[in-house]
Design a protein. Sequence first.
Length: 430
Amino acid sequence: MSPIDPRALSIQDFTYPLPAGRIAPEPLPDRAASRLLVSREGQLSDQHFRDLPAELPPGALLVFNDTRVVRARLLARRPTGGRVELFCLEPVAPHRSLELALQQTAACTWRCLVGNGRRWKEGPVTVDFETADGQPATLWAERQAAEAGTALIDFRWEPAALPFAEVLRTSGHLPLPPYLDRPDTATDAVRYQTVYAAAEGAVAAPTAGLHFTPELLAELQQRGFSSGHITLHVGAGTFQPVKADRMADHPMHTEPILVTAALLRQLLAHRPRPVLAVGTTSLRTLESLYWLGVGLLLVPPKTAEAAVANRPELLVTQWQPYDLAEPAARISPEAALRALLQHLEATGTDTLQASTRLLIAPGYRFRIVNGLITNFHQPESTLLLLVAALLGPRWRAVYDHALAHGYRFLSYGDSSLLMPAATDAPDAEC
């Protein structure tokens, strides 16, 4: 079969019937009690998530996304009493760096989605809240400009010494997926975070990790499985529907990633044993590492000074794997990872900071990842395209089985362990 060009794909070919009653509205009381559908070498079996250690390939390295969801949804009031909802998407000023923006005090500007904003004509809307030590506080938000369905919002607050992260933590709400269509609760505050969440910055949870418990992580370690962590701050674009007739006309959202030199060395030392991504965000990050390394090898900076100057520009574009398929065929994953380590050494840092717009769809050839732990995704979504790229046409059998056997779907739903067969070639028709 001829290789697929993902740009020619129609998202309408990647759908399935998902009744509303199959979407899990709440998490189970026990994280590890969720069900686990195992797809290994084309064979399916029904397990529970606590059985995961017995289902993993020997010697596997599991890579987790340690991002922490921020309370990025603000419910503000107009002077007349009407409510305006602000969903913080990304910082604009005085810092575009997420880490710096969350530490900003007194005032800042973010790009936001605005709900119920038609009656918000001018002037600030407000959020009254209490600080962590019980002191009264106020956040003012003023709309600066609107563009592309979002708005630039100027925030200021008192007490001004509070970092914006603390403002969100004490005045905001968890941004639950829109399809849940309910307010967040005290249960969500715990269960819409992974137990290993560390780096604040996501506006959606890396949901594959929600099933892990401290006890299960300890068992994995006791059984000799390795683990590593990356950080990809999940953006609201993860819910962005595909509206274009062809994928060529669908713009992928950009998400920031952080990967330590220690993990790069761990990946190098682990090869050729299997690497499993815990979630689609971990998978996109790991595969992006290969393409970041390819970019450095194909267009290396001429000097260490140039490497430092270009460090913020490290980016994997949406179509890079497909446009560079021929020259990349000569570059091994090991060479790409070593190029990234050399880049970090040249720039004098031990953490790779980059961004990715990578679209993984049928036609993609995987370089780093051998398997995936993930929930069941929405029809006609880029996440379903990723699963189809990994499994080939077998993705339909997996989803048909899950529907026929009572699995719960989407963020608070059940899980799957997807280990593709050798015959599931990435270039196979889907």
